[in-house]
Design a protein around this ligand. Structure first.
Ligand code: SF4
Length: 350
C-alpha cells in the first residue's frame, strides 16, 4: 500500500475533510489494500449509525417523457427509439399500495422533466399517498423546477427530493449536457431544496465520458461541503441510443472506492447501492453495502413499463414483479450479514 495514501485515508477518517488535490491523490493511488481499508473504515461508521440495517426505497418510474436532452440519458427528448409512457394516478397509487404491503416505507416518484404533470397533479398525488399511508415518506425525483413548485410539493407533504448534481465541475457538466442546462441552476436547485426543508439527495456518475480523477475529487469535496442527506453514486453506463453510445462504462472498483470515501467523509449519509452498480456486476449491490452503502431502491413500477425506463443499457430487475424483487433483495442482503428493515429510513440525526 502506498504510504502517503494510507496517511491521507487515516487523516480523512479523523477529520472527514481533505483538499481536492488530496482526494485526487487518493483516487489515483488506491490499490486493493487501500480500498479494503477504506471499506473497513466505512463499515465502522455504517455500523455506528445504522447497525446492520438496510433501508428500502420503492421506486415508481411514473413517466419517461422528458423535455431535456442530457447526452448520457436513454430517455432524453431526442431519442425517438424510446417508447414513451405515463402512469395514471390510480396506477401510481396501486404501486404505492403494493410497496406498502411489501414493507416499503418510502415511495420515490421518479420521472423525466414532464410538465404534462402539473404542479397541482404532483401535489395531488403526494397528498393522496400521504393520506393513504401516513407513515410513508414520499420522495420526488422530477428534476429542476422553480422554488415555488418545490415549495408547493413540500407543503403538499413531500419529504425528500433527489436531484443528482452529476458532476461538481461546471466544465464537465457542460460536456455532459446541452447548453440550455446549467450547472449553476442545478446547484441553485439543490440549495433551494435544502432551504425549504427537504431531505435532499444529490449524486454523481463515476467515470462519465471525459471525467478525470480531479473531477471526481471535486465531487468528493462537494459532498464534504454541501452534506446532502443522501448521495446516489453509480458508474456511468452507456445507452445505445445516445450520443455517448460508444463510451466506456465506469468501473466497479472506482465506484466502490467512492462509496467508502463518501461514508468516511459524511458518516451519517444515506448511501444507496444503486441498480447501476448491480448492472455492472452480478453482486454489485452486495459489494456496495460492504463498501459502506445502506440503502437499496427496488423497483415498484408496473412490469409492462419497466423496460421503457432505461436510462442506460442492460438495466437489471426489469422483468420481475415487485414481490419477487423484495424477496431477491432480502436474500442477497442477508447473505452478507445485513437485514432489510421496514423503516421510513431517515438520515441519522435528521
Ligand atoms: S437525465 Fe433526467 S433531465 Fe436529463 S434527459 Fe434524462 S430524465 Fe431528462
Amino acid at each position: 500500500m502506498d504510504l502517503d495514501s494510507k496517511k491521507l485515508l487515516d487523516e480523512l477518517n479523523i477529520n472527514h475533510s481533505l483538499s481536492v488535490e488530496e482526494y485526487e491523490y487518493l483516487l489515483k493511488n488506491a490499490d486493493g489494500e487501500l480500498m479494503e481499508l477504506a471499506a473497513e473504515y466505512a463499515r465502522a461508521y455504517q455500523k455506528q449509525y445504522y447497525g446492520n440495517k438496510v433501508f428500502t426505497r420503492g421506486l415508481v418510474e411514473f413517466t419517461n417523457f422528458c423535455r431535456n436532452n442530457c447526452y448520457y440519458c436513454g430517455i432524453r427528448r431526442d431519442n425517438n427509439q424510446c417508447e414513451r409512457y405515463r402512469l395514471s394516478k390510480s396506477d401510481i397509487m396501486e404501486c404505492a399500495d403494493t410497496g406498502y404491503k411489501l414493507g416499503y416505507r418510502t415511495v420515490v416518484l421518479q420521472g423525466g422533466e414532464d410538465f404534462a404533470f402539473s404542479d397541482q397533479d404532483v401535489c395531488d398525488i403526494v397528498r393522496s399517498i400521504k393520506k393513504a399511508h401516513p407513515d410513508v415518506a414520499v420522495t420526488l425525483s422530477i428534476g429542476e423546477r422553480s422554488r415555488e413548485s418545490y415549495q408547493a410539493y413540500f407543503d403538499a407533504g413531500a419529504d425528500r427530493y433527489l436531484l443528482r448534481h452529476e458532476t461538481a465541475n461546471p466544465l464537465l457538466y457542460a460536456k455532459l449536457h446541452p447548453e440550455n442546462l446549467s450547472w449553476e441552476n442545478r446547484m441553485t436547485c439543490l440549495k433551494t431544496l435544502k432551504e425549504i426543508g427537504y431531505q435532499v439527495g444529490a449524486g454523481f456518475m463515476v467515470e462519465s465520458p471525459g471525467q478525470t480523477p480531479y473531477d471526481l475529487a471535486m465531487d468528493l469535496k462537494f459532498v464534504e461541503e454541501f452534506k446532502p442527506d443522501m448521495c446516489g453514486i453509480g458508474p456511468f453506463i452507456s445507452h445505445k441510443d445516445t450520443p455517448f453510445s460508444k463510451e466506456k462504462s465506469g468501473t466497479l472498483e472506482t465506484t466502490l472506492l467512492c462509496l467508502s470515501l463518501i461514508r468516511i467523509i459524511y458518516p451519517q449519509v444515506l448511501l444507496p447501492a444503486t441498480t447501476a452498480l448491480g448492472t455492472i456486476h452480478p453482486q454489485g449491490r452486495e459489494k456496495g453495502i460492504l463498501a459502506g452503502a445502506n440503502v437499496v431502491m427496488p423497483n415498484l413500477s408496473p412490469v409492462n413499463v419497466r423496460k421503457k425506463y432505461t436510462l442506460y443499457d442492460n438495466k437489471i430487475c426489469t422483468g420481475e414483479e415487485a414481490a419477487e424483487c423484495v424477496n431477491c433483495l432480502k436474500n442477497r442482503i442477508s447473505s452478507i450479514g445485513y437485514e432489510i428493515v421496514e423503516d421510513v429510513g431517515n438520515r441519522a440525526g435528521f
